[in-house]
Design a protein around this ligand. Structure first.
Ligand code: CMX
Length: 435
């Protein structure tokens, strides 16, 4: 497989750099830690390494050094589409190289071989109450599939070798990214389409096949491709990426690790915010606009009501970003091109005009601008995926790409078990008194 050989080559190039940094420059300081950071969620402390993506507070995300528009422009496109295939993006994330069409085709064929989800996983999910949250089902499905882990089997084989371990993580990573769309589509069909059978089309790329599997038409294929790529990676410190990395650092296999990442993604301050955005927007329509068109004044009132009741405005703010999220902008441009007259898009655009001003006046958040979650639900809603508790599952399918590329590199570079040091409140008080 050319992709695996390309990853091997890249890792061989990188390893001496990591080894040299740790050995020769290990004591060079790159940050300091304050009490505020200790209490405040380790915000901004530079203590993680990843080469898969980098998040600049002003500019937003770069995947392997490329902005979102550069990434979309550079990668081979799906036939007849303006968006790259997820398969080409996977090659790019893992290697940093733009693949040729032949290399993309090889990934496509490889994923088709890997995508079969074992029947017992479906049985386990079917046994769950039908009103379980779909993220619980997804995380259960990934956790249950751990039985298939090639890394876990290798670890217990008696011939475990630190240098070769990445190859088994790579195998699990490829299996997971190939299987997770099938698992997600199964959950969607089970919950919302009367357990409709999965219509897997072996000729289609991942995004197109996902559209088919959930009963969507051709126009949804680019939505899926764009969505999965945009949600893939946001450097290493966010909850889902960090949880996945942390759990794997104990040599838990990629299934156990990504189940942990998904459980973090399910939180309302993280991935679930996209569900909350739709919920907030529809409740706003019902409560404030039953007899009248939405106006900036009504939106302002609703935003203040939310803030005054002690809740956050979902889809706004970010722990790192200090400008509008380019993932928001990319989806907004998609809406402007494909659904400019959609009433929900118009309403979300009106919220975009008002919310940053309200949040700035409120004065708490460091970033009053929208993040990825403020725009994503509108597109899904427009194309008929109206079950908004499913939106975080879509996020989880995309995020698997970033998390699995990172785990492959974590193991390839032999990163250590993660174990930061904790202190007590009395210690903090002592240091505070000492200045
Ligand atoms: N609405 C109201 N208050 C907000 C806010 C928002 N959208 N964003 C931040 N704040 C508040 C925080 O709750 C915090 O208040 P307290 O001091 O009372 O605790 C204060 O502003 C300072 O927070 P911050 O430093 O600006 O932001 P954090 O790094 O602590 O949190 C985030 C970041 C994303 C959790 C926060 O902005 C938020 O809750 N946003 C809404 C939920 C959301 O959209 N999450 C999705 C993020 C993207 C993703 O991961 O998918």
């Amino acid at each position: 497989m050319a992709l695996k050989e390309a990853v091997r080559r890249k890792l061989d190039e990188f390893r001496p750099r990591t080894t040299r940094l740790a050995k020769e420059y290990g004591k060079v300081k790159i940050d300091e830690v304050t009490i505020e950071q200790c209490i405040g969620g380790a915000r901004d402390i530079r203590c993680l390494v990843t080469d898969i993506s980098y998040l600049d507070p002003q500019e937003g995300i770069r995947f392997r050094g490329k902005t979102i528009p550069e990434t979309f422009a550079a990668l081979p496109k799906a036939p007849g589409s303006e968006y790259p295939t997820v398969e080409s993006f996977w090659y790019f994330l893992l290697t940093g190289e733009v693949p040729t069409q032949a290399q993309v085709d090889e990934v496509l064929v490889d994923w088709k071989k890997r995508q079969e989800v074992p029947g017992y996983v479906f049985d386990i999910i079917r046994a769950m109450p039908r009103d379980s949250h779909p993220m619980t089902m997804l995380s259960t499905g990934i956790g249950a599939m751990q039985r298939e882990s090639k890394f876990a089997a290798y670890y217990t084989s008696g011939s475990f070798n630190k240098l070769g371990a990445w190859e088994y993580v790579y195998e699990d990573a490829c299996d997971i990214v190939a299987r997770i769309p099938v698992l997600a589509a199964f959950i969607y069909n089970l919950k919302y389409r009367d357990d409709a059978p999965l219509a897997i089309d072996p000729a289609l790329d991942m995004g197109a096949n996902f559209a088919r599997m959930i009963g969507q038409g051709d126009e949804y294929m680019d939505v899926a491709r764009m969505y999965f790529i945009l949600h893939s990676d946001h450097e290493s410190g966010n909850v889902s990426a960090h949880a996945t990395h942390l759990v794997h650092s104990a040599l838990s296999d990629p299934y156990l690790s990504y189940a942990a990442g998904l459980n973090g993604l399910a939180g309302p301050l993280h991935g679930r915010a996209n569900q909350e955005v739709l919920d907030w927007t529809l409740k706003f329509q019902k409560k404030y606009c039953s007899n009248e068109e939405p106006t900036r004044e009504l939106i302002t009132k609703a935003l203040w009501d939310t803030l005054n009741s002690g809740q956050v405005i979902p889809g706004y703010g970010h722990a790192v970003l200090r400008k509008t999220d380019p993932r928001y902008t990319s989806q907004r441009e998609f809406c402007q091109k494909h659904l400019p007259g959609d009433p929900l898009f118009k309403l979300v655009s009106m919220i975009f005009e008002v919310a940053p001003g309200v949040l700035a006046e409120h004065g708490k958040t460091k970033n009053p601008w929208p993040n990825v979650d403020a725009q994503s639900g509108v597109i899904q809603w427009h194309y008929g995926v109206k079950e908004w508790d499913f939106y975080t599952v879509l996020f989880g399918v995309g995020r698997a790409l970033g998390c699995m590329a990172n785990l492959t590199w974590d193991r390839g570079l032999g990163y250590a078990i993660e174990r930061p040091k904790s202190v007590t409140t009395s210690m903090l008080e002592k240091w505070a008194a000492e200045g």
